[in-house]
Design a binder for this molecule. Structure first.
Ligand code: NAD
Length: 279
């Protein structure tokens, strides 16, 4: 068993991005990422802090728009539209979840595809689904990058993805399909989940339940990617029962230190890509 070390890989990605940001700066282009936060969800605060620290490390300038929980829909949309029109802003990130009462889809629609560094817009999603170049959601893109940098082939392999959310499971399945894997997508209504998972050369879990993936669900020698982030007794863990599953795998991601750092690295990459395209 080998560890798929997301911390190490993300540090490599950040070093490459730092050079690209410097080269853009030499050509007079500043890479600015606008971060929109509405309300005071405490988990969002931690996520934003991590993202901002990573931005600063590679030389990306964060620009904050902090709005109170009671912000009306119209005002939230206007803030995003103003950022969309601002040439200093290369990418726009609206931190989710939004407070109840706000229409998330309508707010995200105000981000133009070229500044959509989260890859959540209908245009980017459609391009991904059609197998065309797209800005792709950071977490599944981070998984692909982790596999690529560790020379783990995907083409021809049977990949099983557990979870079908728009931010992880669905784009993950599309990326794997675009990379020539044979893909099975499982979800809460799937029957015979364990047997399907046992068929997987590559198993990706994005459910959000601790110890969801157990040793009897994993084929000997499979690659296991754990996207889940769960908190148990104040400690972070993934979806996979790591102690029991790891000995049966060829590669496995730890939690923390696996997919999480790659997600942040891909956000920065999407932002630098956007800045280069704008130049
Ligand atoms: P979500 O709740 O939107 O989706 C969970 C998915 O799991 C659903 O599609 C559902 O059908 C499926 N599911 C639920 N119960 C199931 C069952 N019994 N059998 C099979 N499938 C089942 O969650 P999400 O936003 O996709 O996130 C999933 C997990 O990944 C969470 O733990 C989240 O915190 C984590 N996450 C991690 C990162 C990262 O950077 N590592 C990024 C985003 C999300």
């Amino acid at each position: 068993m080998k560890l798929l070390d997301g911390k190490l890989c993300a540090a490599e990605v950040r070093a490459e991005l730092k050079a690209r940001v410097a080269s853009l700066a030499a050509r007079g282009k500043r890479v600015g990422l606008a971060v929109v936060r509405i309300g005071d969800d405490p988990a969002s605060e931690i996520y934003i802090r991590n993202k901002v620290r990573a931005c600063e490390e590679v030389g990306i300038a964060p620009l904050f728009r902090l709005l109170p929980a009671g912000t009306p829909q119209r005002m939230a949309e206007d803030v995003v539209k103003a950022l969309a029109a601002d040439p200093e802003v290369c990418g726009i990130l609206v931190q989710l979840p939004l407070p109840a009462g706000l229409d998330e889809a309508r707010i995200l629609q105000c981000i133009p595809a070229e500044k959509d560094v989260d890859g959540f817009s209908a245009e980017n999603f459609g391009r991904l689904a059609a197998g065309r170049p797209a800005t792709v959601a950071c977490t599944p893109q981070g998984v692909m990058e982790l596999l690529r940098r560790n020379c783990i082939p995907v083409a021809g392999k049977h990949a099983v993805v557990i979870g079908r959310s728009n931010i992880v499971g669905r784009p993950m399945a599309l990326l794997l399909l675009n990379a020539d894997a044979t893909v099975t997508v499982c979800h809460s209504k799937t029957r015979g989940l364990a047997a399907l998972c046992r068929e997987a050369d590559l198993l990706v879990s994005a459910v959000g339940t601790p110890n969801f993936v157990t040793a009897d669900m994993v084929k000997e020698g499979a690659v296991v990617v754990d996207v889940g982030i769960n908190r148990v007794g104040g400690k972070l863990c993934g979806d996979v029962d790591f102690a029991q599953v790891a000995p049966h795998t060829s590669w496995i991601t730890p939690v923390p230190g696996g997919v999480g750092p790659m997600t942040v690295a891909m956000l920065l990459k999407n932002c630098v890509d956007a800045a280069e395209r704008q130049l």
